[in-house]
Design a protein around this ligand. Structure first.
Ligand code: NHW
Length: 396
């Protein structure tokens, strides 16, 4: 029973407008909003109560000192792997980028601090997005960076944070949200797997991220993962500001084929895909003859702290983001992405099995990871869910 998530009780999630496990078999429930929006006058006006020693604190990410506090909270208390060997280490610059897209709401950057010491002890955030589900473009909040300090776990603080962000999203007349988690909650729209491509196999083995394969030596392993020194596709170059319109056109027409995908305009593309050092990298293929932009690939930078290793303190990881292969074969395009990531000293390149990624993972020597990533929508039902390959959305 304990291993069967659908049999476990969810005291909080059972009260929320999300797909419930008991409804999975009920094919008569319609796609779309689970409950209708309320009049704004009925949205609760006051923040939810917190335990007496704590207070709500809206975070101003312009403030470098506050950004440093948020960085430190997450660097010490955010997501770890099952064996507690690694912990995500989102950089301050990455957090600013992730939390301030076009038309972001400062009120959705929600901290909890100790009243006395003013120490930041918990956080949750939302950013606005337009996400299309089938042919319905919906204004949503993307919820991320939910974190409760290790010393305050299992005290039901997380549901308070979730209720509070929900209230503040409702105040903007937005009634749906998208989020991912490594844990199973009611009810994923799809479940994806991470795949990992070694770029620096020796370090990955030394820190325990990967193991030497059977009948493999270190030098054979290093040779197996060796890559050319420079990208191979003619016209492969970094994306620049002048490319925003072309990239937006490519992405929009490409993402249209997925069941769930973001509805990006040029402002979104400029924010989410224009390269920023050690935050997001984007490359495209400009045809040497016609100067047309024909293909695009991107990855974001999310290092992990290596816990308890004498030699290494961080792993530099690139995460596949949005890729569009029209003229260049996808496998060749992604091989060039691996090559530039290697040039830039990343240790590993990660990708989910979303979109068309299955078409290059094995061929480019990615191996399946043990972690799963579940995708969720709040107050939006997609009957029977979708396959990872029908998903065109990557959350950070
Ligand atoms: S997923 C990363 C989440 N963060 C971490 O894993 C960091 C390390 N862990 C922690 O900080 C990406 C704590 O363990 C957390 C839970 C804070 C996770 N999502 O306070 P209690 C995101 O940020 C439920 C949702 O005692 P705790 C996405 C759990 O099932 N719910 O636990 C965030 C239980 O409810 P149940 C989660 O360990 C999306 C309750 O929390 C969850 O001290 C948020 C237990 O609370 C998770 N990852 O703190 C939802 N983990 O019903 C947004 C646990 O089962 C929804 N729980 O009894 C949409 C809102 C906006 C709507 C707008 C219309």
């Amino acid at each position: 029973l304990a291993n069967n998530p659908s049999a476990r009780r969810h005291k909080f999630w059972e009260t929320q407008p999300v797909g419930q496990f008991r409804d999975l078999a009920d094919g008569s429930l319609p796609d779309g909003a689970i409950e209708p929006p309320s009049p704004l006058s009925e949205v609760r006006a006051d923040p939810y109560p917190l335990p007496a020693a704590f207070e709500w604190f809206t975070c101003d990410l312009d403030d470098d000192a506050l950004l440093a506090d948020l960085y430190a909270l997450l660097a010490h208390n955010y997501v770890e792997d099952d064996e507690n060997m690694f912990r995500f280490n989102y950089s301050p610059a990455f957090l600013r980028w992730a939390l301030r897209p076009p038309s972001f709401f400062r009120a959705w950057h929600i901290g909890v601090r100790a009243k006395e010491s003013k120490k930041l002890v918990a956080f949750i955030s939302g950013v606005p997005a337009r996400i299309r589900a089938r042919d319905d473009v919906v204004r949503m909040a993307e919820i991320n960076f939910l974190c409760v300090h290790k010393k305050l776990r299992s005290k039901r603080l997380a549901p308070v944070l979730i209720r509070e962000v929900t209230r503040r999203v409702h105040q903007e007349n937005i009634w749906q949200a998208a989020y991912t988690a490594g844990v199973v909650l009611p009810t994923p729209i799809t479940t994806c797997r991470y795949w990992h491509r070694s770029l620096n196999p020796k370090k990955l083995i030394d820190v325990g991220f990967s193991r030497l394969g059977p009948r493999m030596t270190m030098s054979r392993t290093v040779r197996l993962y060796k890559l050319p020194d420079a990208p191979l596709t003619p016209g492969f170059r970094q994306m620049e500001l002048r490319d925003v319109a072309a990239v937006t056109r490519l992405l929009r027409s490409y993402l249209a084929r997925y069941v769930v995908a973001p509805d990006f305009d040029e402002l979104d593309v400029e924010h989410w895909l224009l390269p920023q050092e050690d935050v997001v990298d984007s490359y495209l293929v400009e045809s040497p003859e016609t100067h047309e932009v024909t293909d695009f690939c991107s990855f974001y930078t999310l290092p992990s702290s290596v816990l308890n290793n004498a030699t290494y303190s961080t792993l530099k990881a690139a995460y596949s983001y949005y890729n569009v292969a029209v003229k260049t074969p996808l496998q060749q395009l992604m091989n060039d992405a691996l090559i530039v990531a290697k040039q830039k000293n990343y240790d590993v390149f990660n990708a989910l099995d979303v979109m068309e990624n299955e078409g290059f993972l094995k061929e480019l020597k990615f191996g399946p990871g043990d972690g799963q990533l579940h995708y969720y929508l709040y107050n939006y039902r997609i009957r029977n869910g979708i396959k990872p390959s029908e998903l065109g959305l990557v959350l950070l």
